[in-house]
Design a protein around this ligand. Structure first.
Ligand code: OZZ
Ligand code: MG
Length: 214
């Protein structure tokens, strides 16, 4: 019974990153996953695009779908203003446990609320449970066949406002064709593709930024 990949990623963070320094946590994960063992973090190339969108939106309420080892959670939260909050949904309890340790190592526990469970179950509960009105930014990076149903659920639950930005990872690889078709052809969204590469590889990938128009 050896270790799991998330456990090895956490070990690399604890070995190579400085406590309380989110940038060193991000770098430690990127170095490990580029040189030792690939993992499905958004990564440094697409991560720079995420950074630029976060800096442009200046969100105070962020929702992340799919925490995994909290790489993007930490990367995004490190750019938020003092009163801003990020809620991240994680379905797998083993991943969630690792993510909590990574978030703690980065010293970002006060900005991040990690919720364990399925997006379809939790999205309808966010207003009531966390006093959320609407989100300013949503980062989609969970199961690719959940991007579209969860977007429709977010609309239905009144969690989007005119100007809310949806930023979706992996719209090329592994791909999210039904989601892409929806946001690019719906009158309710203004969508833009940011061409990039699959994390730590030369494969084509990209992010789709879609502004909800109401
Ligand atoms: O499959 C991918 N991502 C699926 C991520 C899923 C994550 O979302 C969580 N979740 C949280 C809430 C839910 O409701 C459901 C799942 C899962 O428990 C997991 O932690 C993927 C694959 C590649 N790839 O190259 O193959 C590259 C990527 O960047 C990827 O993101
Ligand atoms: Mg991804």
């Amino acid at each position: 019974t050896g270790s799991t990949r998330p456990q090895r990623i956490l070990r690399a963070v604890q070995k190579n990153a400085t406590r309380g320094d989110p940038c060193s946590v991000v770098k430690a994960i990127d170095d490990y996953c580029r040189h030792k063992e690939w993992a499905m973090n958004v990564g440094d190339e697409k991560g720079c695009i995420v950074d630029s969108v976060v800096s442009e939106v200046k969100p105070t309420a962020v929702l992340e779908l799919g925490t995994y080892c909290a790489y993007s959670t930490v990367r995004i939260a490190s750019l938020l203003s003092p009163n801003a909050k990020l809620i991240t949904l994680e379905f797998n309890s083993d991943y969630a446990a690792i993510a909590r340790e990574v978030i703690a190592w980065a010293g970002l526990q006060d900005k991040i609320q990690l919720v364990e469970g399925a997006s379809g179950e939790w999205i309808p509960r966010l207003k009531e449970e966390f006093g959320i009105e609407t989100f300013d930014l949503i980062f989609l990076d969970h199961w690719k066949d959940r991007y579209l149903p969860d977007t429709k659920l977010l609309e239905k639950c009144g969690l989007l406002r005119p100007g809310t930005v949806l930023l979706a990872d992996n719209v090329i690889c592994p791909g999210t064709p039904d989601y892409l078709d929806y946001v690019r052809n719906s009158q309710q969204y203004k969508s833009k593709f940011f061409k990039s590469h699959l994390e730590y590889t030369q494969e084509e990938d990209g992010l789709e930024k879609s502004v909800f128009l109401g």
